[in-house]
Structures are given as structure tokens and as C-alpha cells.
Design a protein around this ligand. Structure first.
Ligand code: F0G
Length: 457
């Protein structure tokens, strides 16, 4: 008999989690203004809000913490971190930052000026926020197939070269760089193929435009290249990652994802001018250039995390779990962005809560329903997160309206996946009775989803 698949690690430490009653959750959600970001985490049973900073560190990472060098400047931890990044990403200049958005803030402070145009294959919200806050324009050049959630394609995170070229042509001299996000979180954790990475970079370079890789989930992207793209099955994850980075000019990274640390990030490049320029923003925003908002021990854990999470077995265990959850949703007929993403399943809320008008935020409503059903906290990646158009101030209803079930790395078991799928099925079964959504009572001008106050209609 063939042995079944199993995790490539065993569990050494556990943390208790607590169930609650529907009555309690009704009260808590009301107090949170129907915004799950405002819930107390202790009132959540299974937390799928994000896969960012929520992973379980390995025994190797915990032991690396003990060896942290907390010297203010020139710590051994910094050199170890720098050496690991140079080995895995191939960049010799590295600036540590406290997380991904801080890396964006430091680099964009140097590169982005008012009126600039920055194309990307669906910018993440903080990336878009950092661009728009500088009165520059973020343009999505995602491949159109990504919008059809039911279309099964291996690399739905790809850039549309046609759309990209149009932006480059129309904005000659005004595009400081392009952002290539791997995997493409906003469209469902979908990967970008090596072919598309190369072609995107070639096209940008033809117009003299550099490319910055937003590499939060580059290792998961490399896993998909290995398992889905012709010519890569015999290459190691590290070889694939190195090749991905070889085409781009710089990388920003939220290490809270694929480096499996609770906090951390960095900028890496071989462009000395960019390094020198960005460095001067690191010091006032983040701290001295050899720690940049991180402890020596954090740098150590980050380096170890990068090393181990660019191994095939680790990634296979992770993505297998996400696929397992997807297979349960298939069994129940629940529509999600197909195929399953690397870090999450994105349920197509528009197709579930068909009776809720888009003005009443179906995905946000589904987030509330799932929490009420079983204390599961997911996250809206839809119309609420899309914010308003900075010029017309209208809600941006043009994209997808998704409920993201982000799976923390090495945290939950497949039994938890069964609970999540069953809870969603229960909500799905009564979808026709859910006809009203939510209305905004208060919102911030930028990145409103974190703090928005809502009312149930
Ligand atoms: N880029 C991508 C693709 C991201 O997904 C995130 C964060 C960031 C940049 C910013 O990094 O959080 O370390 O400042 N994504 C998290 C999420 C928050 O839930 O998807 P950060």
C-alpha cells in the first residue's frame, strides 16, 4: 500500500484555542462594528485573518534567537542575515526593515515622486497605499484571466504584457519602476511563471524601467514554478528562486510570510545607487542600517527561516494543506478563485452571497457570517479593501470581491481545515436567506478596511 502524505515536521509546542457560543460572537462582532480586525484575538477560534507573522517558528529558529548579537552597529546577526540573502536572492546590498511595508516606505521615499505612474500585477494594499500617499498613481496590469475565478490556469498571477506595454508607452519617462508581486496576493495567492517574470523584466528594461519584486511569498511562487512550469521539475527551490531574482533590479520583502518570522522585512538590490539612496531613509524611519527596526535575534531567526522555507518538503507540506482545504470546498460546491492559492483560499463572495448587492459589500458580509457561524476569522480582500478612487472618491467595485482564508504556516492541522470547510458549508447552505449586507458608518481616507466601522443592514 502506498503511504499517504504527511507533514515534513512534528509538533514540539502547542497553544490552546477556545470555542465560543453564537450568542457571544453576536455580541463581540457588534462591539467590533462588524469589522473582524476589531475583534479580540482571544475571541477567535481559528484565525485565518492572515498568514503574515502568524507562522510557527522551528526549533532551529528559536535556537537562532538565543544567538542574536544585539550590538547597535555591525552585529554578527546582520552579517549572517546579509549573507543568507545574498546566497538565496543573489543581492549584495541589503537593508533590514521591521516589515514589508517599511521596506516599501524606505525604498519608495527615495524613488517615488508626485505624478509618477507605477504599474504592477495587482499591488498589495500597503504598496498601493505607499504609492498613492505620495500622490503617484498605481496601475494594475494583471492578466485578465485572473478575474475569472472559475478558470483553472497554472499562473493566474501573471502580468499582462499588453497592458504593461500600454502603460510604459503612455507614461514614458514617468515610470520609476514596476512592481512584480510573487505570489500575487490580491488576485488569490496566484503564482507568476518564470516565463512571465522574464518577459515582464525584458519589456520593462526595453523601456528603461527597473523592476522591483515584492517577494513576500517568493518561495511559494518557486514551488509552483517547480511543480507547474515545464523545465523546472528537476531544479531545487533555491535554484528557481535565484533565477526569479536574477531578472529583477531589487526586491522588497515582508519576511513575515515566506521567512516564517513574526516580524521582519528587508530591501535587497545590486543597484548601488538605489542602496545609497534608500539607506538615507532607513536611518530616520527604521534605525541604523545594520538593524533597521529589528533585533539581532530577529535577524538570526529570519535568516534561518529563509534557509529552511526554501526547501521543497517544507513548501510541499504547506501547499498540500491549502489544497486539502480546497478539496473540501470542492466537495461542498463552494466557489473560490481556482486553482487554490499558495497561502490561502479566496472564496468568491459575489458568487456565494448573490442576493447581497455590491454596494453592501458581499465579501465583508461573508466574513461576518463565517465568524458568527464558528468563530473563524477570515479577511475581506474585496470592495472594502479596494478603498475609494483617490480622484473620484467613488468606491472601487471593478475588481474581485473575495473572502480570504489565509492559512498560517505550520500552525493548524488538517482537522482544523475540516472545521473551516464545514462552517463555510453551513453558511453556504443558507446563502439565499442572506439578502442584506453592511453599510459604512465611518471610514479612514486610506486603508479603510483596518478601522472601518460598519452597520448591519
Ligand atoms: N506585499 C505583499 C504581497 C503582502 O501580502 C504584504 C502583506 C505586504 C507586501 C506588506 O508586508 O505586512 O510585512 O508590512 N500582507 C499581509 C496579508 C498583511 O495579510 O496579506 P507587511
Amino acid at each position: 500500500m502506498e503511504l499517504p502524505f504527511a507533514e515534513s515536521w512534528k509538533i514540539k509546542m502547542i497553544e490552546p484555542i477556545k470555542k465560543s457560543t453564537r450568542e457571544q460572537r453576536e455580541q463581540w462582532l457588534k462591539e467590533a462594528h462588524y469589522n473582524v480586525f476589531q475583534l479580540k484575538a482571544e475571541n477567535v477560534y481559528i484565525d485565518l485573518l492572515t498568514d503574515s507573522g502568524t507562522g510557527a517558528m522551528s526549533d532551529r529558529q528559536w535556537s537562532a534567537l538565543m544567538l542574536g548579537d544585539e550590538s547597535y552597529a555591525g552585529a554578527t546577526s546582520f552579517y549572517k542575515f546579509k549573507q543568507t540573502i545574498e546566497k538565496i536572492l543573489g543581492f549584495k546590498y541589503v537593508i533590514p526593515t521591521h516589515q514589508g511595508r517599511a521596506a516599501e516606505n524606505v525604498l519608495f521615499s527615495y524613488l517615488v515622486k508626485e505624478g509618477h505612474v507605477i504599474p504592477g500585477n495587482a499591488h498589495f494594499d500597503t504598496t498601493k497605499g505607499h504609492i498613492e500617499a505620495r500622490k503617484a498613481i498605481a496601475i494594475d496590469v494583471t492578466c485578465p484571466e485572473a478575474k475569472d475565478t472559475q478558470k483553472e490556469l497554472p499562473f493566474k498571477g501573471n502580468v499582462s504584457l499588453e497592458l504593461l506595454e500600454k502603460v510604459l508607452l503612455e507614461n514614458k519617462g514617468n515610470v520609476p519602476f514596476m512592481v512584480l508581486t510573487v505570489t500575487n496576493n490580491t488576485v488569490g495567492g496566484q503564482p507568476v511563471s518564470m516565463k512571465n517574470i522574464k518577459e515582464t523584466c525584458d519589456l520593462c528594461h526595453k523601456y528603461g524601467v527597473p523592476v522591483v519584486m515584492d517577494s513576500a511569498r517568493f518561495a511559494e511562487n518557486a514551488y509552483f514554478i517547480k511543480t507547474r512550469e515545464e523545465g523546472y521539475k528537476d531544479k531545487s527551490i533555491k535554484e528557481i528562486a535565484k533565477q526569479m531574482f536574477s531578472y529583477v533590479d531589487a526586491a522588497t520583502m515582508s519576511a513575515k510570510k515566506d521567512a516564517i518570522v513574526n516580524m521582519g522585512g528587508f530591501i535587497a538590490t545590486n543597484n548601488e545607487e538605489w542602496y545609497e539612496g534608500a539607506k538615507s531613509f532607513c536611518i530616520p524611519f527604521e534605525g541604523y542600517i545594520t538593524y533597521g527596526g529589528l533585533n539581532g535575534r530577529d535577524l538570526n531567526a529570519l535568516a534561518q527561516g529563509l534557509e529552511e522555507n526554501t526547501e521543497f518538503d517544507m513548501l510541499q507540506t504547506r501547499i498540500h494543506q491549502v489544497e486539502y482545504l480546497a478539496s473540501k470546498l470542492d466537495e461542498y460546491g463552494i466557489p473560490y478563485q481556482r486553482p487554490a492559492g499558495g497561502h490561502a483560499i479566496f472564496v468568491d463572495a459575489d458568487k456565494v452571497l448573490t442576493a447581497v448587492p455590491k454596494e453592501e459589500f458581499p465579501a465583508q458580509t461573508l466574513t461576518c457570517e463565517l465568524y458568527l457561524e464558528a468563530g473563524i476569522r477570515a479577511c475581506e480582500i474585496g470592495y472594502m479593501l479596494a478603498d475609494r478612487d483617490p480622484i473620484t472618491k467613488e468606491n472601487r467595485f471593478g475588481g474581485l470581491d473575495l473572502l480570504r482564508l489565509a492559512i498560517p504556516r505550520r500552525v493548524y492541522t488538517d482537522n482544523h481545515m475540516d472545521v473551516i470547510a464545514a462552517a463555510l458549508k453551513n453558511v453556504y447552505d443558507k446563502r439565499e436567506s442572506i439578502t442584506r449586507g453592511v453599510a459604512i458608518e465611518w471610514e479612514a481616507p486610506l486603508m479603510r478596511h483596518f478601522t472601518v466601522k460598519l452597520r448591519r443592514l
